[in-house]
Design a protein around this ligand. Structure first.
Ligand SMILES: Cc1cc2nc3c(=O)[nH]c(=O)nc-3n(C[C@H](O)[C@H](O)[C@H](O)COP(=O)(O)O)c2cc1C
Length: 202
């Protein structure tokens, strides 16, 4: 069965720097034989977590918006890659909203003590792609922490990141040395996946 790679574009600027990174990454994954699904989060009908705690009962979110389409994809994709720029030293509101709406997975894992990952499936891989207008050494700290926390909740293995500082105007990523190769390498990694769990012990 082909590996499925879910690519989430987190910028409202369509065809911008981070979406370009995502397209390079997904293009390489597709070339390598993966089934690629790309979604632009800003095109979806997404709403903020209401902190109603309903998901603590059964791990299900009661809000009926496009997260209901995303939940099964987030749970079942073999690999996930999020592309989002730095806004105010963190993650833009729309992708952060999507991350917050992953609270049902948190509830499943930590309140209901159920695993998110299917134990019979290979380890799932995840990656993060980002650009920041400045060259501040802390430009990616906020988003990286959020994304690593999400991978932890989704029981995914961090498989790499491409972080491009000093990339501001639309299209500037095209002049960033090494960015395309780095994004394509991650795409290949996500498409290859990992070996099945539990076969190397002993
Ligand atoms: C609302 C907003 C806030 C931003 N905040 C930051 C910031 O805190 N630090 C930074 O380095 N760049 C910041 N930027 C610049 C973007 O990170 C940069 O333009 C990036 O290349 C945009 O990627 P995109 O083309 O995928 O949207 C900000 C841009 C916008 C629109």
């Amino acid at each position: 069965m082909a590996i499925t790679v879910l690519g989430l574009a987190g910028s409202a600027r369509r065809g911008g720097n981070t979406e370009t990174l995502l397209d390079w990454c997904l293009g390489a994954a597709r070339e390598a034989g993966a089934v690629v699904v790309k979604l632009s989060l800003c095109d979806l009908d997404l709403h903020a977590c209401r902190a109603c705690d309903a998901c603590r009962k059964d791990g299900v979110c009661i809000q009926k918006d496009d997260m209901q389409l995303l939940y099964p994809q987030l749970r079942n994709a073999d690999s996930i890659v999020i592309a989002a720029p730095t806004y105010f030293q963190g993650m833009p509101a729309v992708p952060k909203m999507m991350v917050d709406r992953c609270q049902p997975f948190w509830a499943l894992k930590y309140v209901l003590k159920r695993s998110i990952a299917d134990p019979d499936k290979p380890e799932r891989l995840a990656a993060f792609l980002s650009c920041a207008g400045t060259t501040s050494t802390h430009a990616f700290d906020g988003s990286r922490l959020i994304v690593r926390t999400l991978w932890n909740v989704l029981e995914m293995t961090h498989a790499g990141e491409v972080l491009c500082p000093g990339v501001d105007e639309k299209g500037q990523i095209l002049k960033q040395p090494g960015a395309r190769v780095a994004a394509e390498e991650i795409g290949l990694r996500l498409a290859r996946g990992t070996k099945r769990k539990g076969k190397t012990r002993g």
